[in-house]
Write a protein that binds this ligand. Structure first.
Ligand SMILES: [Mn+2]
Length: 140
């Protein structure tokens, strides 16, 4: 699974990252962490959320870049749905359509993505060789 995510990131260029309604510290932290990783890899990426960033988290790096939107209204090569048990939790219209044609149902895709992201969230990736590391410190 992880190798598929790495391959997707290597081969594709346009990504969105989203998380659940009423974003909190972990959804924003993990979304923005991935956002900066993909930017460092020169990917075209944006974080899209249904609800605005709470005041408490507005000082997180990249928080001002979060685009608040009611719908996944662009076309992406890949969408990372972080910290969500299903595809409906981000509350974004049209999000399911991003997955049509690649999996039997949005639920299937959501489960796959969640599994991939759970794994990815536990890893860090070197910019140059995209090798998974044992711990974040190993990548420093
Ligand atoms: Mn959360």
């Amino acid at each position: 699974m992880l190798s598929q995510v790495v391959e997707l990131i290597e081969k594709k260029g346009t990504f969105a990252i989203t998380s659940h309604l009423r974003p909190d510290g972990d959804s924003l932290g993990s979304s923005l962490g991935l956002y900066w990783l993909l930017r460092a890899l020169d990917k075209d990426v944006e974080v899209i959320m249904r609800d605005p960033v709470p005041h408490t988290y507005q000082k997180l790096p990249g928080a001002n870049d979060v685009r608040v939107t009611p719908a996944a209204d662009q076309s992406y090569d890949g969408v990372f749905v972080i910290e969500c048990s299903d595809i409906a939790r981000p509350g974004l219209l049209s999000l399911e359509q991003q997955f049509v044609g690649q999996h039997r149902s949005p639920r299937d895709h959501s489960a796959v993505w969640q599994d991939q992201l759970d794994r990815l969230n536990r890893l860090c990736v070197r910019r140059d060789d995209l090798q998974p590391c044992q711990s974040p410190r190993a990548c420093a």
